[in-house]
Write a protein that binds this ligand. Structure first.
Ligand code: KG4
Ligand code: ZN
Length: 342
């Protein structure tokens, strides 16, 4: 069965999961801190760290109880070691180290973005590498290639804000709560995307990078122009803003297929739950005769199943970590050596 227990605590979710060697999910638990941070319009690291400490034992026990398994039934213990908020990462990584020591099982350190890329591993339509990945979250927006042996290479990334960050900042200005992506997605469905002209940066076909800060500033300036907005005007604004983000993402991932000759695309990260992005990727892939994989929406936003699935691949490749492996707030996907993967 080769079961792996994994923790994900890089930001504001205390998540634990148990997955078998085929990727099947035996347990998928998550405590979301969203309400604890909502009043501040963003994640407060100190509150986050303390909340992870308060929840991690309970969430871990819940995962083992749900799967009806014991730590000794696992072949490895995994956790997110990078990138993320240092305090929250330390809570999950040290808990995982303690558990691996207590039950004498291997420790596997996972890169959060690798988790997003492999969130659908084991699902029926998940492609065999090599494939392209478009990972769009609150902290990252980037295009990667996942090579045959599951090594990842960055092809392009945002030069400033991530797409989710742009959604969240507009949402914060409008008082839509935090994070705002899901509510913007719902409100945009009620609006006309052609209502407001929005800039799409980096249209040139010479590279695969993104930029969303100009769009965000343009959006905020538009909103400041008038003191009162009708509900329908806001829906129209949000639909136009969302359309610009989705078009920018789609243009670059299609360019990546042309530049690399790869014909399979995997989406991931919280923004991959966006209904317009999901609709556009299916339309464009159909038009360009490409294959695509969209993870179920619950596996797009942060979760521990994706960490457990990424750990299954590391386990099969015998890429283990040890008690000296340290967490890192920032770490490129290519820099895994710094996670002491041995
Ligand atoms: O992957 P994730 O859960 O956490 C990070 O690793 O950052 O992504 C969170 C981001 C937030 O910015 C949130 O606003 C955005 O994903 N998000 C969405 C949707 N659901 C979550 N953005 C657009 N449409 C959605 N449906
Ligand atoms: Zn994430």
């Amino acid at each position: 069965m080769g079961l792996i227990f994994a923790l994900e605590t890089s930001c504001d979710d205390t998540a634990a999961a148990i997955v078998d060697s085929t990727g099947s999910i035996l347990a998928d638990m998550c405590y979301s801190q969203q309400e604890e941070h909502a009043a501040y319009g963003g994640v407060v690291p100190e509150i986050g760290s303390r909340s992870h400490i308060a929840q991690i034992n309970y969430i871990t026990r819940k995962a083992f109880n749900t799967a009806n398994k014991y730590p000794e039934d696992m072949c490895a213990i995994a956790a997110t070691f990078a990138p993320g908020l240092i305090g929250p990462l330390l809570v999950g990584a040290n808990f995982a180290k303690g558990l691996s020591l207590a039950c004498s099982r291997s420790l596997i350190a996972i890169h959060h973005i690798e988790g997003h890329i492999l969130s659908g591993w084991g699902e029926p339509n998940f492609p065999k590498p090599p494939f392209l990945c478009l990972i769009v979250s609150g902290g990252h927006s980037a295009i990667y290639v996942c090579e045959k042996n599951f090594t990842m290479k960055t092809l392009g990334q945002t030069l400033d804000d991530a797409a989710g960050e742009a959604f969240d900042k507009i949402g914060r200005f409008l008082g839509l709560g935090y994070p705002a992506g899901k509510i913007i997605d719902q409100r945009a469905r009620l609006g006309d995307p052609k209502s407001y002209a929005m800039p799409i940066a980096m249209r040139e076909k010479t590279h695969m990078n993104f930029s969303f800060s100009g769009l965000k500033t343009h959006g905020l300036n538009l909103l400041r122009e008038k003191s009162s907005w009708h509900t329908q005007e806001i829906n129209n604004f949000l639909a136009s803003f969302q359309e610009a983000i989705c078009q920018a993402l789609i243009q670059k991932i299609i360019l990546a297929t042309q530049n690399t000759g790869l014909k399979k695309i995997v989406l991931g990260g919280g923004v991959a739950a966006n209904s317009r992005l999901r609709e556009l990727i299916s339309q464009e892939c159909h038009k360009h005769k490409l294959d695509y994989f969209l993870p179920p929406k619950n596996l797009c936003t942060d979760n521990a199943v994706m960490i457990a699935r990424a750990a299954q691949i590391k386990y099969q490749q015998k890429k283990f970590s040890n008690l000296t492996t340290d967490v890192r707030a920032t770490l490129g996907l290519e820099e895994k050596i710094k996670l002491n993967i041995i």
